[in-house]
Write a protein that binds this ligand. Structure first.
Ligand code: BTN
Length: 236
């Protein structure tokens, strides 16, 4: 059973922003949860609609080694995906760290590193899960909640399931990286052999997904050969 510190708020600007502002005061593995956010943020500077009914939390991590930080984000995505499946949703992963159901977004993760004078200080994993919202038409992208899938769970219940799972495998991923979760991740990743376009940095590449490497990067077969991409937006 997960026993770490959980700080709960009725409203925050953003759980990620709060974790970053207070990083030095908060201990390793502190969880910040907000019932609503007034300035929820997504990847690529997008807004994350954060009304009551959704689950909005950040985990502040100060791992003993930093070699596999991107894989911790992938592990969180897998932990959310498995928790949603356990609840009855046919959830799957869109590399690197989105969770979808019926082709629509069920969860997004924004991971941010906090750095100081001495370099890396902490990783903030910010997780938004659509749990009990009845209407997500203002989300800005096709989105779905567990409730819309006919699954009745509270944000708090979903949080507990995710944290139990995430921390059960946490040390393994810190020490061994993607290799320790690759098989389980691939089992929820339906894009192998599929044509996709990946936007990464200012570039875009179209091709067929070959596989995910032991480092968690995506190997894309293109007419020019195999391209290895470590972070990007998959368009399918
Ligand atoms: C994405 O663009 O897919 C990532 C969305 C991440 C949203 C979560 S909600 C909790 C945490 N606080 C934020 O401001 N963002 C993340």
């Amino acid at each position: 059973m997960y026993m770490r510190q959980i700080l709960r708020f009725d409203e925050l600007d953003s759980t990620n922003a709060y974790a970053k502002r207070n990083c030095s005061l908060l201990s390793d593995q502190t969880v910040l949860v907000a019932r609503t956010q007034t300035a929820g943020r997504g990847r690529m500077k997008r807004v994350w609609l954060s009304q009551a009914g959704g689950l909005y939390f950040s985990v502040l991590l100060k791992p003993s080694q930093t070699q596999f930080l991107p894989n911790l984000t992938q592990w969180m995505a897998l932990a959310v995906c498995e928790s949603a499946r356990e609840a009855g949703a046919e959830a799957f992963l869109k590399w690197p760290n989105d969770v979808l159901a019926g082709g629509k977004k069920l969860c997004g993760i924004l991971s941010e590193a906090v750095t100081g004078k001495n370099g890396f200080e902490a990783l903030v994993l910010g997780v938004g899960v659509n749990v009990a919202q009845a209407d997500l038409s203002r989300a800005g992208q096709p989105a779905v909640s567990l409730k819309m899938l006919g699954i009745a769970l509270t944000p708090e219940e979903m949080l507990q399931r995710i944290l139990d799972r995430f921390f059960e495998g946490y040390e393994q991923v810190v020490n061994r990286g993607f290799e320790s979760i690759r098989e389980a991740y691939l089992a929820r990743f339906p894009y192998i052999g599929k044509p996709v376009t990946i936007r990464y940095g200012a570039q875009e590449a179209a091709g067929t997904v070959q596989t995910l490497s032991p480092r968690g990067t995506l190997l894309l077969q293109t007419p020019q050969g195999v391209t290895e991409i470590s972070i990007g937006d998959m368009m399918v």
